[in-house]
Design a protein around this ligand. Sequence first.
Ligand SMILES: [Zn+2]
Length: 112
Amino acid sequence: MVAVNDGTLSYDEANLILAIVSQGAVVKRSRKMGMYDCVKYKMDCPECGKKLDSFQSKDGKCMLAQIEFWEVNNFYDLCGNCGAWIEFNRIKPRKREPIKDYKLTVKKRDDT
Ligand SMILES: [Zn+2]
């Protein structure tokens, strides 16, 4: 039903997966490369106060890239001090942005 062929999710697919995650089911997605991306977000552990700065997400291309939290719907970290699992899930879905918010690039493809 959810066909992911280029690593990107449609609006509906992302919402479906979020719904599944919120129900506590294990979401398994096949990936060709890497395991996760590193999310550039820092906070103090809500439980023990230790600085958390190694958040990860599987929403992106999972190529160990450095990404911003607003690029993904879900990211998480495990506190190495107290063992607390810290997880963020986007409450509102990513908005459908107008095409003017995209930069257009046109290139002749000579590599095919
Ligand atoms: Zn902690």
